[in-house]
Design a protein around this ligand. Structure first.
Ligand SMILES: NC(=O)c1ccc[n+]([C@@H]2O[C@H](COP(=O)([O-])OP(=O)(O)OC[C@H]3O[C@@H](n4cnc5c(N)ncnc54)[C@H](O)[C@@H]3O)[C@@H](O)[C@H]2O)c1
Length: 418
């Protein structure tokens, strides 16, 4: 059984009705409205959230922990979108930056951070601090944790102890299943909701392919994910992403499999490696240490309840910034394909990257998805709803995805290492 709902599909339908690749606030608002109308019986109309006294009361305070350097850090881009007013339900009140406002303050990126912080404090009244001890919570509040993955277990505990009842946690959430399970248990015990920043869960190419798969029972979906590394860059890439390709790059697809296809370790019937496509290598990183990982990996998963899904993940599969494709096939014939970036988005991203070459290009590519996730989660908090917003991965999904990554890595390495 394919696990997704009409409301989930409404998001992609909304996107199709809008302007598919014109990045910006208006487009995302257009997309969100149908989802909210479908998913929620009495949604807060977005019009009520744009400015004015009532708007202030209808916004969720957001405390960002782990901002990172301007134009480079994921947290910084989240901050930028909220400060720019791209997320109507979210009011960024405080930025906690432990490193660049702490020990790293005198480094060159620390100085860049300080300049930006002073500017934002003056312009928006945003509070900047290097410690959660300086933060107070009043009213609906969501903590957005975008620190280094290894720091997340401690940061999650700290925001929960501070009294925060909702958390947006950047993927993958923690380095290991054991740590993520501990975090989940702590959050559950304290009644805290944890939403995950898995952007592919809400991205249009995925939604459209899910719709095609649902309309064609017995079809097989293949998720293709290409990065744009050169072969010569793989040793550095293997070392920097030492948690391995499945936990690092393919984790986005594994979250899709857990969310929409019921793929958990217990529900896997078979895993068939694509030996022709895959390549597993041991390379020597810049430090002189050896790292064994996949430069590309393909495999098919069959679940006990009858779903078949293929993954093809390639570090060097693109020569133009990376792309992702979802392909639906029936009886061996392709019947549907959706890709990101499509031609129009590619043009927008190229123009924006040319205009601002220092900015991480994936910010431009995934701009809309990041707004969608923050809008869905902050609106959910304001409305005091149970569970998670439609389409957003929870910490349960994150645990399932990470478990599958830990299960598959040795299994596929054994099958593919030459
Ligand atoms: N959803 C997505 O598409 C997406 C994309 C990129 C990253 N992420 C996730 O976002 C999170 C943040 O990623 P990032 O690449 O922005 O992280 P980053 O390493 O650039 O910065 C994160 C934090 O690490 C701290 N830090 C940086 N250098 C440090 C040092 N030398 N010593 C101690 N602390 C230091 C800083 O406090 C900083 O705020 C991660 O969980 C990552 O997996 C998600």
């Amino acid at each position: 059984m394919l696990l997704f709902t009409t409301a989930a599909l409404a998001l992609s339908a909304g996107r199709e009705r809008g302007h598919p690749t014109a990045l910006g606030r208006s487009r995302v608002l257009d997309q969100l409205q149908p989802l909210q109308l479908n998913a929620r019986p009495s949604p807060t109309p977005l019009g009520c959230l744009r400015g004015g006294a009532s708007a202030a009361a209808k916004q969720c305070d957001v405390i960002l922990i782990g901002c990172g350097v301007p134009k480079r850090g994921m947290g910084w881009y989240h901050a930028k979108q909220m400060l720019d007013g791209d997320v109507p339900s979210a009011q960024l009140t405080t930025i906690v930056e432990p490193w660049f406002l702490g020990q790293g303050a005198d480094s060159p990126p620390g100085k860049v951070f300080a300049e930006w912080a002073a500017e934002m404090e003056a312009k928006h009244g945003t509070k900047f601090t290097n410690s959660l001890k300086d933060v107070e919570i009043s009213g609906p509040t969501m903590a957005l944790i975008s620190g280094r993955t290894a720091d997340n277990p401690r940061l999650l505990k700290e925001v929960i102890d501070m009294g925060c009842k909702a958390v947006y946690l950047e993927k993958p959430g923690a380095p290991t299943v054991a740590e993520l399970e501990e975090m989940r248990a702590y959050a559950k015990e304290k009644g805290v909701s944890v939403f995950m920043g898995y952007n592919k869960n809400v991205t249009p190419y995925v939604r459209k392919a899910l719709e095609a798969a649902k309309a064609n029972p017995g079809s097989v979906t293949t998720y293709v994910h290409n990065n744009a590394y050169k072969e010569s860059e793989l040793p550095e890439c293997f070392e920097r992403n030492a948690e391995g390709m499945l936990k690092n790059m393919a984790i986005h697809e594994l979250a899709l499999l857990a969310t929409y296809w019921g793929v958990t370790v217990d529900n896997i019937k078979s895993v068939t490696p694509d030996t022709e496509f895959s390549s597993c290598q041991t390379l020597t990183g810049p430090s002189g240490k050896e790292f064994t990982d996949f430069s590309r990996v393909g495999f098919t998963i069959e679940t006990k309840d009858g779903n078949t899904i293929c993954l093809k993940i390639d570090r060097c599969g693109s020569d133009s910034g990376g792309n992702s494709v979802a392909i639906v096939s029936k009886d061996g014939k392709e019947i549907f394909r959706a890709e990101t970036p499509d031609e129009e988005l590619q043009q927008v991203v190229s123009a924006q990257s040319k205009a601002d070459p220092e900015m991480m290009p994936y910010f431009f590519l995934q701009h809309d998805d990041y707004i969608t996730l923050k809008q869905l989660s902050s609106q959910h908090v304001i409305e005091g709803r149970e569970g998670a917003p439609e389409g957003m991965a929870t910490i349960d999904i994150a645990v399932d995805a990470l478990k599958v990554a830990e299960y598959l890595t040795p299994l596929l390495q054994k099958a593919l290492l030459k």
